[in-house]
Design a protein around this ligand. Sequence first.
Ligand code: EAX
Length: 326
Amino acid sequence: MKKRFLFFTAMILTGVLIFAAAAQAATVLRVSHTLDPASHYNRGLMYLDDLLQKRTNGELKLDIYHSSQLASERDAVEGVTQGILEMTLSSTGPLTNFTKAFMIFDLPFIVHDRVKAYQWFDGPQGQKILDSVQKQNMVGLSIWENGFRHLTNSKLPVVKPEDAKGLKIRLMENAVHLATFRALDAYPTPMPFGELFTAMQQKTVDGQENPLVIISTSKFYEVQKYLTLSGHFYSPAILLINKDVWEKLPPEQQKIMRESVAEARDWERKYSLEMDAKLVAELKEAGMEVAEPDKALWAKALESVYKQFEADIGKDVIESLINAQK
Ligand code: EAX
């Protein structure tokens, strides 16, 4: 509790300072995220900042806080709803606690062809999901990429779904993800990303699941021997801005922001695809033992999760995302 209070106080104080400075000069939007400076999130946000500065002659810029320096994902989203933080780039992990519309992304194996799925994300269906955050005093700017999540652990090679039985796996604080690992008879342990490396190092958990780019940039290979290329969840990254902050931007800057965000999204997705293509080899070299499981077998073992959340998500929405990838 005390730690969270400190986070929020720090956010408010830096916010006041930045807005005081902004009175004479540029508008600076603080963006919080949890990942490493070398991650796709950070690189994508730097790309966006570049575009914004160029296109507004430096009048609009980002101040990027990486590695959970400012807040965990959950605290950051809460900060944006309250207007004590301007922006965040967040997985759907904590978002489903604010709006159920995002749960569609969290179903196991719902996305198998991400390039086809991008069109659905960027079209009216994705927009409807983004718009669901308005009730929480936020504007959902765009759907970027976190990536296909793969399982790692320090105990044994996991190839078949039953191999995960009994493993203590750190998960995001997300109901669909937790239900998925319960269906595997694992012990899901929800925890903020910032605490994960230490938890694996101290063996509080046996494993975790994240995209390759995160396993690599956060150096999880130092504490995890086994990598299973399960790709069980596809995780998008949602770029959020506080609604009042958004509405105060002059229309010209809003237009520049919208265009730049879409360009940075495409850049970040491409970067993430390139990383995925080369990282298996790099992680092997770093000492990880890599298993390529039969995904159909895993999908079958996890079918029950769809039934569990069908009423919350909507059968039509599920079908529409599946059909978009045919
Ligand atoms: O959004 O918590 C996680 O595992 C996420 O992948 C990470 O925070 C990036």
